[in-house]
Design a protein around this ligand. Structure first.
Ligand code: GUN
Length: 709
């Protein structure tokens, strides 16, 4: 195999920027730009001790695909020989590593030994002079067992050192701005706020590590660890990566990533190896008792545990460290793949069973998701839910924890707030519903398994609201092809479930349907004699489906959608699914076959934009708190209009505002500052991302409104 080439330095304008290429809730895949290449996140920065190179940095680069590592500037500074070489030849040459080099500052040494002999300015200057890519200021370690007063002092002192450190870093050294605050949510949020806003003459911090958490990981206090992550994230700038200082056990990655961690660092791969301990994604195993490998790797392949045990200390430590690093890297690949496929939460769910402490932490997170605390943790959790695309293609495996998955909570919240009882019925009557027809014992696709029975019920009583009982609660029939409900994967008998009246009433009351008589319908009960009027009923069902999807997914008022859908006709596939919706002969939208969502056409986008009565969104403006605010918009600057208007994607940094109800993965409009349509597409961001991110795509444009201009 050819040697891996040296990385390309980033463009000057990209230095220190973070680009998110894919996200799922708080989890994100990103690229961070340095003068020694860009690196993909989530990533582990292996800790390299320049005095003990268990695995050579060049081997990490060439054999393990490591793009960035971390070493300690204070350890180098303390050792005269290392210090002089580092200053003379630069850190990259000293370590013989071509990728990005991150350094820590000596804070951890001050926690272990009580003090360090270097000043905050001196250690930043040293990191700059060695040619480090990302240095760390000398923060004050806040131990979890400190009093509130001591922790306040650690936060304040760290904050006081922030600006002098940024000034010393200048324009070339990127800097970590660590967050302290112990176990106090408010102190963590306060620290995040101050460090996030700190600006030197050239720039602010590039990355925010969360510090003071090593004792929690040593004691497996994961609930507190994740609480700190959530509290800090509530106030951290979204355009900067979040690093969990000292966290490197692969078992913790999925959950930490699902809650928004982008970077990890750890010497665990080497320290555990020295102690004959083997990392796996499910925990740690001791070499001493093994007869066979429980988790194999390229490094261990071909050896038995006995053979490894009989190696001399150096060879054994090396092979175990290689295995540990390989497993760590593989688990990160798995996490990134899970983000791409929308399954990071499921992976966290699986890993939560690896240890009782991790399970306890996961259950606490689930409690927060269903009933968020007041304060920064709750804020963070609500933001996590609302930044999930509620729809996804592919199966949704049923399991004990399913109802707490953030995208499902998001979908339920949208349904509970935005779904409305139809305003008129298929026979053109209006008025309140007379009954609910509850579909039971039928499995998706319900348009096949129960359509005849549904139609018959509607013919019998036009003022019927048709709902479906699913293992995830009751849903309107109009959303029968929407994920996650239509994609539930589990044993066949999960559809048989008979729900008692109390359960059903509780579920219906969330839709404003309490007190209305319920009739239950099951497959095979259709009365063929009542086949009259099926065409009118089918047309009405089609309209309901469009109105409800526009309401639930796009925040369009049902009365407005009713107007748009008044003269609609549909084109169906051979399997009778609606593929195009035409209004007055014009193709306005198509239901998405993969997840039941909506794809607009330019004509549809124009009609939805005409419904807006409020001005185009501007960052910092007051937003009226309305349930139906219309399809979300992003307002872009004039310079970007000629490009976006012709169909180019919207890039971060070119927007003036975004409606706060923008949902990643769902349709949005791109408008100019007068509110005129420039393009429409799929948002890849939340409004907060649009306000802060400086690199990457904000909207994947489907069509520009000025194509032919
Ligand atoms: N390494 C582990 N924890 C910390 C911390 O809180 N601050 C710094 N600078 N490094 C760390």
């Amino acid at each position: 195999m050819d040697a891996r080439p040296d990385p390309e330095p980033c463009r000057d304008q990209d230095l220190g920027l973070f680009e998110v290429t894919k996200s799922d809730g708080a989890a994100r895949i990103g690229r961070f730009y340095t003068r020694h290449g860009s690196f993909t996140t989530p990533a582990l920065l292996p800790v390299v001790n320049p005095n003990i190179l268990t695995i050579e940095p060049m081997e990490m680069w060439e054999e393990f695909g490591i793009e960035a590592l971390i070493t300690n500037s204070y350890v180098i500074w303390k050792n005269e020989e290392l210090r002089e070489s580092a200053l003379e030849e630069g850190i990259h040459s000293l370590l013989n590593f071509p990728g990005a080099i991150v350094t820590d500052s000596g804070t951890f040494q001050s926690y272990v030994y009580g003090d360090v002999e270097v000043s905050p300015e001196e250690i930043v200057q040293f990191q700059r002079e060695m040619g480090v890519d990302i240095g760390t200021m000398l923060d004050v370690f806040g131990r979890p067992d400190m009093t509130r007063e001591q922790l306040e002092k650690a936060v304040d002192e760290t904050a006081e050192r922030a600006i002098p450190s940024l000034e010393m870093a200048g324009g070339t050294l990127l800097l970590n701005g660590p967050i302290q605050g112990g176990l106090h949510d408010d102190l963590r949020a306060q620290s995040a706020q101050i460090m996030g806003l700190a600006e030197g003459q050239d720039k602010g911090f590039a990355i925010h590590p969360i510090g003071g958490i090593v004792p929690l990981m040593e004691q497996q206090r994961y609930r507190e660890l994740f609480r700190i992550l959530l509290a800090s994230r509530a106030a951290l700038p979204p355009e900067r990566p979040v690093h969990l200082f000292g966290c490197g056990h692969p078992m913790l990655f999925p959950m930490a990533i699902a809650l928004g961690a982008d970077l990890f660092d750890s010497a665990a791969y080497a320290i555990f190896a020295r102690d004959d301990r083997i990392l796996t994604p499910e925990g740690t195993v001791k070499l001493e008792s093994l007869q066979e490998w429980t988790f194999t790797s390229k490094s261990l392949f071909g050896y038995t545990p006995d053979q490894v045990r009989s190696m001399d200390d150096k060879a054994r430590c090396r092979i175990l460290a290689q295995h540990n690093l390989e497993v760590t890297q593989a688990e990160l690949s798995r996490c990134r793949e899970a983000i791409r496929s929308g399954t990071i939460w499921e992976l966290a769910e699986q890993r939560s069973h690896c240890s009782p402490q991790l399970r306890d932490a996961f259950i606490w997170i689930q409690d927060q998701l269903s009933e968020p605390d007041e304060g920064p943790v709750g804020e963070s959790v609500l933001r996590l839910i609302s930044s999930c695309d509620p729809l996804r293609d592919g199966g949704e495996p049923i399991g004990d924890d399913i109802e707490y998955r953030p995208h499902i909570l998001h979908m339920h919240a949208l349904l509970a707030t935005r779904w409305r009882v139809p305003g008129s019925w298929w026979d053109s009557s209006t008025g309140n519903p007379k009954r609910v027809a509850l579909v039971e014992g039928a499995s998706p696709p319900w348009r096949h398994s129960i359509l005849q029975e549904v139609m018959a019920s509607l013919v019998e009583e036009p003022r019927t609201v048709v709902m479906i009982a699913t293992p995830l609660g009751v849903i309107p029939f109009s959303l029968e092809d929407v994920s996650p409900w239509c994609h539930l994967v589990g044993p066949d008998d999960m559809w048989i479930g008979e729900y008692d009246d109390e359960e059903i009433q509780a579920s219906l009351s969330e839709f404003g349907l309490s007190g209305i008589p319920v009739t239950r319908i099951s497959p095979g009960e259709a009365d063929e004699s009542k086949a009259d009027n099926f065409e009118s009923v089918q047309d009405w069902l089609d309209r309901c489906s469009i109105v409800d999807k526009l309401a639930v997914l796009c925040s369009v008022h049902p009365l407005e959608s009713c107007k748009i859908t008044k003269g609609i006709s549909v084109r169906r596939s051979r399997t009778k699914r609606v593929i195009n919706v035409l209004s007055d002969g014009e193709h306005v939208l198509s239901p998405r076959l993969t997840d039941g969502g909506i794809s607009l056409t330019l004509a549809g986008a124009r009609r939805l934009n005409e419904l807006h009565t409020s001005p185009p969104p501007k960052f910092g403006a007051d937003f009226p708190d309305e349930v139906f605010s219309g399809i979300p918009r992003i307002c872009i600057i004039d310079d970007a209009i000629p490009f976006v208007g012709k169909g180019r994607n919207v890039i971060h940094g070119y927007s003036l505002g975004a409606d706060p109800h923008l949902i990643p993965g769902q349709p949005c409009l791109v408008v100019d500052s007068n509110g005129s349509l420039v393009a429409h597409g799929t948002s890849l961001s939340t409004a907060l991302d649009v306000a802060f991110m400086r690199k990457g795509l904000a909207v994947k444009v489907r069509e520009g409104a000025m194509k032919g201009v």
